[in-house]
Design a protein around this ligand. Structure first.
Ligand SMILES: NC(=O)C1=CN([C@@H]2O[C@H](COP(=O)(O)OP(=O)(O)OC[C@H]3O[C@@H](n4cnc5c(N)ncnc54)[C@H](O)[C@@H]3O)[C@@H](O)[C@H]2O)C=CC1
Ligand SMILES: CC(=O)C(=O)O
Ligand SMILES: [Mg+2]
Length: 371
């Protein structure tokens, strides 16, 4: 198979879908890899390293899309990328379609086979291709929150860990999955007072066993979210219902009653966000204010630490990329129900139920396309 690697074009997105090591995995399996010149240059992955791994270089992105049987990316395709996809071509990347009707329409129109990293499941449960970026974003959420609590950024002017004689900040984390757990680790490490909420009591139980009385675990309800948020200095939103639009757990009314200068970091923004007042922002302009509350809603947070993130992402994506290249998409999906869960759009149909439901399309079971 001819695998294509374009350079990412989203705002301040320096990650790359394949490292030279991943290219070598593909070429040693007998595949060809066409790399857009400079695809990894911003994070120190040179064209010479890609060539040494067996890749061929393409001068421009149009050549990559025109020739490749499978495109491997990081972020959801931007409109000009969607326009270059063709029927039967495989697109393997993050998609986050539920809150993105324009992208969904473009992918349906393209006829391409679109496999979303974020809905591929793992044999042990969870979402193993989302997990590494959630680890990064969860850790970064505390860094971003701490920075924006500074006065010059619109924040309250408080230090997360306090100092002897002055109390620490109160950090509230909604969603105790991968983002929530990694945010928790950093917030506890920086000396904050931490409350974590989740609908899963089992998840809270696990965290309680690890962190004991260094954190407060709270069952998530409209009442407990409101109580926690109104007392918070920093709120981190990391809830997820896989594939679906995020539930709006923090309402506009709650935001209006928060402390002026408090900060919210809506990590779940790529699924539409869990704060009613959120809208996606970019690394160039990461925040906006609503009722005196700083909102940080960057949809590609790991892009800021692109080198770390690229290696972490490739660790999780390369095995399925090789399977897709070796077997073709139909056989690869027939052989692996977890990879099949990644199929969101194919041959003009929406094949992921939560996406179809969120956007009002007819759901077509992937099995009907694999027969
Ligand atoms: N903005 C960015 O750059 C990035 C965003 N993300 C996003 O972060 C979100 C979270 O991802 P993960 O932590 O990997 O998901 P996860 O599945 O590990 O955790 C989600 C947690 O939310 C909980 N939850 C669901 N409904 C809830 C409710 N009503 N109240 C409280 N908790 C609730 C679940 O029980 C689960 O523990 C996803 O939308 C993901 O796409 C991930 C990486 C980067
Ligand atoms: C998960 C995701 O959307 C990101 O890493 O940018
Ligand atoms: Mg989008």
């Amino acid at each position: 198979m001819l695998v294509g690697l374009p350079k990412e074009i989203k705002n301040h997105e320096y990650r790359v879908g394949l490292t030279p090591a991943s290219v070598r995995e593909l070429t040693t399996h007998g595949h060809q890899v066409l790399v857009q010149r400079g695809a990894g240059a911003d994070i120190g992955l040179s064209d010479a390293q890609y060539e040494a791994a067996g890749a061929t270089l393409a001068a421009d992105v149009a050549t990559v899309f025109a020739q490749a049987d499978m495109i491997v990316k990081v972020k959801e395709p931007q409109p000009q990328e969607c326009a270059m996809l063709r029927p039967g071509q495989i697109l393997y990347t993050y998609l986050h379609l539920a809150p993105d009707p324009e992208q969904a329409a473009a992918l349906i129109k393209s006829g391409a086979v679109c496999i979303a990293y974020e809905t591929i499941t793992g044999p042990g449960g969870g979402l193993p291709l989302l997990a590494p970026m959630s680890e990064v974003a969860g850790r970064m959420a505390v860094q971003a929150g701490a920075a924006h609590l500074e006065k010059s950024k619109g924040g309250l002017g408080i230090l997360l860990g306090g100092v002897p004689g002055v109390p620490a900040a109160h950090v509230v984390i909604i969603g105790a999955g991968v983002v929530g757990t990694h945010a928790l680790q950093m917030a506890v490490g920086m000396g904050a007072r931490v409350t974590v909420l989740d609908k899963s009591v089992d998840r809270l139980r696990q965290l309680d066993l690890v962190f004991g009385n260094r954190i407060n675990t709270v069952y998530s309800s409209a009442h407990s979210v409101e109580e926690a948020v109104l007392d918070a200095d920093l709120v981190i939103g990391g809830v997820l219902i896989p594939g679906a639009a995020a539930p709006k757990l923090v309402t506009r009314s709650m935001i209006s009653r928060m402390k002026k200068g408090a900060v919210v970091v809506d990590v779940a923004i790529d699924q539409g966000g869990c704060f009613e007042t959120s809208h996606a922002t970019t690394h160039t302009e990461p925040t906006f204010m609503v009722d005196g509350v700083v909102h940080y809603c960057v949809a590609n947070m790991p892009g800021a630490v692109a080198r770390t993130s690229t290696f972490a992402l490739n660790n999780a994506t390369i095995a399925h990329a090789v399977a897709l290249a070796d077997k073709g998409w139909k056989q690869a999906l027939r052989d692996d129900p977890h990879l099949k869960n990644g199929l969101n759009v194919a041959n003009g149909h929406v094949t992921y139920e939560a996406v179809a439901k969120a956007l009002g399309y007819t759901y077509v079971n992937a099995d009907t396309l694999l027969a």
